[in-house]
Ligand binder design. Structure first.
Ligand code: GLP
Length: 244
């Protein structure tokens, strides 16, 4: 595991974006999984700027989102589909046929999970997976308590996100919202992983995930067992790690 603590928050976004650009340039037909959230929004903005400047070939990469909210229309601005479309697919001019996402309102959740996995497998499996981390250690919608060998499955979002989506969409509270997430098993099959975290609120969980026991209480701790992980942190998220 390589751990890099960037000298500033801005450098954190730039370095993480450069790592993705490097992956695309190194393997122009790479299959790349993206995460959504505040952390990765900044990284994707930096990546779009880098691409505007250098315009390396993106016509053959495949991109997908590692998780998706379900129960809301795809057109909702908070869907992962919409976020990655605007943050990555459109700015990097990635052909739509190379953009894979689970449906937000599938007829059958389990069947949709299988279809999504199969679509990724048909492209040759995941070369590079970008990951954020939840304050409770979640990866995608793999919440604490998810078995560490879980396959792609319908997961639960955390309460705050759940609340925000209900408020933003006006969907009544009685309607259950959930998510589809790449399983921990599939994440661990990725050839390379980049875990990113910024902000003081992530300092404790980053230390626990990287140096604590590997446990389903902290799903991200499983990355300690992966052979190729780059961890990129800003100074605030890296504060505890730096003291070690
Ligand atoms: C969300 C997403 C994850 C993301 C994480 C961190 O729930 N499902 O894919 O990595 O939480 O989000 P943020 O970067 O906003 O803290």
């Amino acid at each position: 595991m390589n751990i890099l603590i960037a000298p500033s928050e801005d450098a954190f976004y730039q370095l993480a974006a450069m790592r993705i650009a490097w992956q695309i340039i190194d393997r122009p037909n790479a299959v790349i999984g993206f995460a959504t959230g505040r952390t990765t929004t900044g990284i994707h903005a930096a990546l779009a700027e880098i691409w505007k400047q250098y315009r390396f070939d993106t016509s053959r990469i495949t991109v997908f989102g590692m998780d998706e909210v379900t129960g809301v229309p795809r057109t909702y601005a908070g869907s992962c589909y919409d976020m990655l479309l605007r943050q990555v697919v459109e700015p990097l001019e990635i052909p739509m046929r190379n953009y894979l996402m689970p449906l937000t309102v599938p007829e059958n959740m389990q069947a949709e999970c299988a279809r999504f996995n199969e679509a990724i497998a048909q492209r040759g499996g995941i070369d590079f997976q970008e990951l954020g981390i939840g304050e409770n250690g979640h990866m995608g919608f793999n919440q604490p308590g998810t078995p560490l060998d879980a396959r792609t499955h319908p997961g639960e979002m955390d309460e705050r996100l759940n609340r925000r989506i209900h408020d933003e969409t006006g969907i009544p509270d009685s309607v259950h919202l959930g998510g589809i997430t790449l399983g921990i098993y599939e994440i661990m099959q990725a050839r390379h992983i980049m875990l990113c975290a910024n902000g003081k609120n992530k300092a404790d969980i980053i230390e626990e995930a990287l140096f604590g026991p590997v446990t389903d209480r902290v799903p991200t701790s499983i990355l300690q067992l992966h052979p190729s992980v780059d961890v990129i942190l800003d100074p605030a998220a890296g504060e505890k790690v730096k003291k070690r």
